[in-house]
Design a protein around this ligand. Structure first.
Ligand SMILES: *Cc1c(COP(=O)(O)O)cnc(C)c1O
Length: 329
């Protein structure tokens, strides 16, 4: 385990940046619905509002941050193209947003990325470069390709425009349903959580913001407890969108200031929550996308009597793999 200290001079985004992102993505990102379920409310004793980013373009909230970051580039940078490293949803988001903006994209992906995500990314016209998640450093591979092509790297979470874009989901949610007592989001590198915290505290200062990560990889929880970014080995969890090893230099300071807690959920609970959404609410939510919902519905966070916003962060699931998990759990 290694601990990094924070460098000076970062551009940390604010609530105003989330507002700017909202106007940049207007008419491009879907305004996804806020779903409710009487069964879920009865089970938890709370009023739950699910922000259905599984229905977002590209199948996850990541379209918001990617589009905002690429739209912010000047003409010269756009002409050189964009580059991203991702286990899947960010890749699809960058490829899709780049295509809409007329920008070429290259994606660096792990060899074990879910087939559906690889196919989706190719389908949006991106060039794909593969690397071994357990052997090679993805940042090094990405930097090498960037040096070769002159493309601008769009990071999956550690970038002010990406964070601001991700914050627009919770901004929309609170604008639609009104003040919330608690907002919970899945947590990988913290782009979604940090952006959501900017939005929630900006609109509704008393709102408590909670991040939820897979039990197998609780670097976020450890980092919050130690007050420094803690790096862990690559976790092995069904939550393939949250297999990050460390929080970002831009996301962590926002989390320290605005996030109340980070909690964890085991894979079995995620699968039970995937099943709930499919059987009861007739929607496909990927295991990573269930982290925040599972924390509430499996009883890891007490929400009785509260108005609770929950981000369902994505719906890109490999159905064959999921079928195996559902059959054996
Ligand atoms: C990327 C991703 C996350 C984690 O987001 P971060 O900004 O890295 O914390 C959660 N859920 C899904 C579906 C994702 O694609």
């Amino acid at each position: 385990m290694t601990v990094h200290s924070l460098p000076e001079g970062l551009r940390i985004p604010t609530f105003a940046d989330v507002r700017t992102a909202q106007s940049r993505i207007a008419g491009q990102a879907h305004r996804t619905p806020a779903l409710t379920s009487r069964t879920a409310d009865q089970r938890t004793g709370a009023s739950l509002f699910f922000k259905a980013e599984n229905l977002q373009r590209g199948g996850a909230f990541k379209f918001r941050g990617a589009y905002n970051a690429i739209a912010a580039l000047d003409g010269d940078a756009r002409s050189r193209g964009v580059l991203a490293f991702s286990s899947g949803n960010h890749a699809q988001a960058v490829a899709y947003a780049a295509r809409l903006l007329g920008v070429a994209s290259t994606i660096v992906m792990p060899t074990d990325a879910p087939a559906v995500k690889v196919a989706g990314t190719r389908g949006y016209g991106a060039k794909i470069v593969f690397y071994d998640r357990y052997e090679e450093d993805r940042l090094e591979v990405t930097r090498r390709v960037a040096a070769e092509t002159g493309a601008t790297i769009v990071p999956p979470f550690d970038h002010p425009d990406v964070i601001a874009g991700q914050g627009t989901a919770v901004l929309e949610l609170i604008e639609e349903v009104g003040d919330l007592d608690i907002v919970l989001t899945p947590l990988g590198g913290g782009g979604l959580l940090a952006g959501s915290a900017l939005a929630a505290k900006g609109l509704s200062p008393a709102c408590r913001v909670i991040g939820v990560e897979p039990e197998a990889g609780n670097d976020g929880q450890q980092s919050m407890a130690r007050g420094e970014i803690v790096t862990i080995p690559v976790p092995r969890s069904i939550a393939d969108g949250a297999l990050t090893t460390a929080l970002g230099l831009h996301t962590f300071p926002i989390m320290r200031e605005k996030v109340e807690a980070v909690v964890t959920v085991p894979d079995d609970d995620l699968i039970a929550t995937v099943r709930f959404f499919a059987e009861r609410m007739k929607i496909v939510v990927e295991p990573t996308g269930c982290l925040a919902a599972s924390a509430v519905m499996s009883g890891h966070v007490e929400c009785r009597g509260k108005r609770v916003g929950i981000v369902l962060s994505g719906g890109n699931v490999d159905l064959a793999a999921l079928g195996t998990h559902l059959a054996t759990t």
